[in-house]
Design a protein around this ligand. Sequence first.
Ligand code: NAP
Length: 449
Amino acid sequence: MAAASEDSLVLVTGASGYIATHVIKQLQEAGYKVRGTVRSLSDEAKVKHLNDLCPDATYKLELVEADLTKPDSWEAAVKGVSYVIHVASPFPASAPKDENEVIQPAVEGTQSVLKACIASKSVKRVVLTSSCVAVNWSNTNTDKVHTEEDWSDVESLDAYAKSKTLAEKAAWDFIKELPDEDKIELAVINPAYVMGPVLHGSQCTSMEIIKRLLERSMPACPKLNFAIVDVRDVATAHVKAMTLPEAAGNRHLVVNTNMWMKEIAQQLAKEFKPQGYNVPTVNCPYFALWMSSLFDKTIKMILPQVNKVHKFENKRMKEVLGIEPLDAKDTIIEMAYSLIESGFIKKTKKYKGPGGIEETKAEEDKTEEKADEKKEEGKEDEKAKENGNVKEDAAAEDKKEDKTEEPAKTETQAEVEQKTEETKPEETKAEEAKPEEKAEEATAEKTEN
Ligand code: NAP
């Protein structure tokens, strides 16, 4: 490990973002002093929650203003800092009108941050958040597993992928050309599509898939394939790359597994359909998607990726950074719960919350057990009567008991019926209530095939 004392000051750029909040949390948990940059300290929605990321932190998070489009704003931000984790970069959910809106802050902004680091004389290493789209976003040979050796072909990229590729290239060039006396280290993290729980307070592009599926803002799943990774693994990768000697001078693909959107939807449906979320689980025909792209900018942006698979190796992530990826199912389900719990997705009337499904199942089992017990008791009484072993007075007593038991039995059955109705999977209810919706989905499947 590099000589990192826990009270080293670390600067995290773009502190208000999805990934950066997890990085800050993990740094604070590890005992580091953290300074974060935001574009505006007065933007309550983006800043408020940042002080609660690690309530037991030894050092309170310090926030300063800096903007990638304002080169002069970085000098003060890096003052006295030992490590910089440069996460900030535009990550749009739809294609920008002018690609320079995204490319300039990414490329020139990264250069401004690096220049300020050199001028500070205190920064030892910069960890840059690049992306797997800088490794491959154009070559869709499904058999090839791309490695850190690969680079995307800039000519064939959309604005975002271009911004990430050019920004990473600019950073490596900048470091290479430094005179010996100014040398600092650079380590790069190239995450795949990041999912997992949110800790921040504003919308971000990574929420799009889960939000659209749970809100059923599209009736079917585009045939999109995602190399996904958990945001907590991505944050750990940044923190480890900050001090591990072997990380300096290298790129690190951080990726778990490839999943089709339909597979993500199926995981969600299992957990959330019983809770009132009508998740679509059929594939969307290309033509329908193309039609939607005419008025939905996000769909327009993803259209070129339909049916394409990009695979990435995670050897360095495992062997150098020592990260074993979290279970993809947990990544998806925990992200969905966090979006609901933090108000990005509305709660349905049937919403039970994390663990709610298990509780419902346990309740169902208990109710069934109770009903079985009652049945058995009834049978034994009948047997005793048939055998004539019951004395007259005891029989009279039994009769009394039968009477008192009767309403109780009726109550139990009502309970069973009510609980079964309450806990009946939404899927079954939807089937009963909306046969025409099922027919619609079947037609969509057929059209596609
Ligand atoms: P995010 O939540 O949108 O965060 C982006 C951050 O960058 C925000 O804090 C944003 O600040 C800041 N930013 C944007 N333009 C800026 C500017 N001109 N000056 C200063 N700050 C600016 O996105 P994210 O998912 O956390 O992504 C963070 C980084 O990871 C990006 O570099 C992205 O390319 C990369 N990445 C993300 C994924 C993914 O799937 N999420 C995958 C691979 C790589 P405001 O809050 O003020 O807008």
